[in-house]
Design a protein around this ligand. Structure first.
Ligand code: KG4
Ligand code: ZN
Length: 333
């Protein structure tokens, strides 16, 4: 079965064709991030306008000469203007081609990057850590479509913490990857450095939650109006990254101990972070760790096509709506 995935929840316009939920036939992503770099962050109205410009060329390129059996589209969470571009395009194509539509929750979609182009699919039950720009959720998956929320951030998302701390350090948008690159320069020169400058809120609490908002204040206090040379700046970047990674890994290990899953799935844009991938790989031994290739962690439509295949809940195009506030466990119908 070939599914055309469409993803437009933020500043990426993406389309992909996925066969039987696992094989990537095409995967096209256009991003308006260069425009947002100039404004220092995503302005929703601008992102939506760029979606409108890109959606048809991106779908056309992904589609090539393929015949498809269904259309999968992200309905939320995300920016309403951006989401609407994907949802309305999917509805129009459904009407035109007589093809069914499968709505996909963006956060659930991220998890399915772990099913793409892999020799072996993850075994259930799974624990999944979804770390993106707007969400940080830990979920227990008994099977496809059976997802229970077991913990998450009480305030800022991990990606948001990366982005806001990057801004405090004067780094350009997109903050997360830029902060991570700078941190890596420090780690390459100082592989055994002890990094414990910043607090790890809630790390010793007996729950599976996080709080990242205090990190901004701690970084602000450290940075103040001081002038830093590149070496000092890269050390602070490494400290920020280590604090976030430490919190994410510690609670993930607690969750694995408590739930004893057959697999642990990393997902979301922050899953592209090299240090997080390394530390999880070293520390997780009780279960099988799955980490998608970095390119499949950040927003794309391949995982939307995969999630749709394994959670086939077709809807008539007349009933499809964008839902900007969806949570990871929200029912789609
Ligand atoms: O999942 P995603 O592409 O979009 C959302 O659904 O939010 O995640 C974007 C987030 C941003 O906060 C971005 O800074 C962060 O993922 N991110 C990273 C890295 N690559 C992307 N954070 C740390 N290190 C990275 N290498
Ligand atoms: Zn995302």
């Amino acid at each position: 079965m070939k599914i055309l995935g469409i993803e437009t929840s933020c500043d990426e316009t993406a389309a992909a064709i996925i066969e039987d939920g696992t094989k990537i036939i095409s995967n096209v992503v256009a991003t308006s991030s260069a425009m947002h770099a100039r404004s220092g962050g995503v302005i929703p109205e601008n992102a939506a306008r760029e979606q409108i410009k890109a959606i048809i060329p991106v779908i056309r390129e992904a589609l090539g000469n393929h015949k498809i059996d269904a259309i999968a589209v992200t309905i939320g969470p995300g920016l309403i203007g951006s989401l609407l571009v994907g949802v309305e395009t999917a509805k129009t194509l459904s009407l035109l081609w007589g093809t069914p539509i499968i709505p996909v929750n963006h956060l659930v979609g991220h998890i399915y990057a772990n099913w793409l182009d892999k020799d072996k699919s993850p075994e259930f039950p799974s624990l999944a850590l979804v770390v993106s720009g707007g969400h940080t959720d830990l979920v227990y998956m008994k099977s496809h479509g059976d997802i229970e929320y077991i913990g998450g951030t009480r305030d800022d998302a991990a990606g948001e913490a990366f982005d806001k701390c990057a801004r405090l350090l004067g780094l350009p948008y997109p903050g997360g990857p830029n902060l991570s690159n700078l941190a890596q320069k420090y780690l390459d020169k100082n592989p055994n450095a002890k990094l414990n400058l910043f607090p790890r809120p809630m790390i010793n609490e007996d729950n599976l939650d996080w709080s990242f908002s205090g990190l901004k204040t701690a970084v602000l206090r450290e940075v103040g109006n001081k002038k830093f040379n590149e070496e000092e700046k890269s050390k602070i970047a490494a400290e920020v990254q280590e604090a976030i990674v430490d919190c994410l890994v510690t609670k993930s290990l607690h969750a694995i101990k408590k739930y004893n899953p057959k697999s642990f799935l990393l997902a979301g844009g922050v899953a592209a972070n090299k240090r997080l991938r390394e530390v999880l790989s070293v520390k997780i031994s009780r279960t099988t760790l799955h980490i998608p290739s970095a390119i499949l962690c950040t927003d794309n439509a391949a995982y939307i096509g995969s999630a749709a295949y394994f959670n086939k809940k077709e809807v008539d195009w007349r009933k499809l709506n964008a839902s900007p506030e969806l949570t990871i466990t929200a029912s789609l119908l």
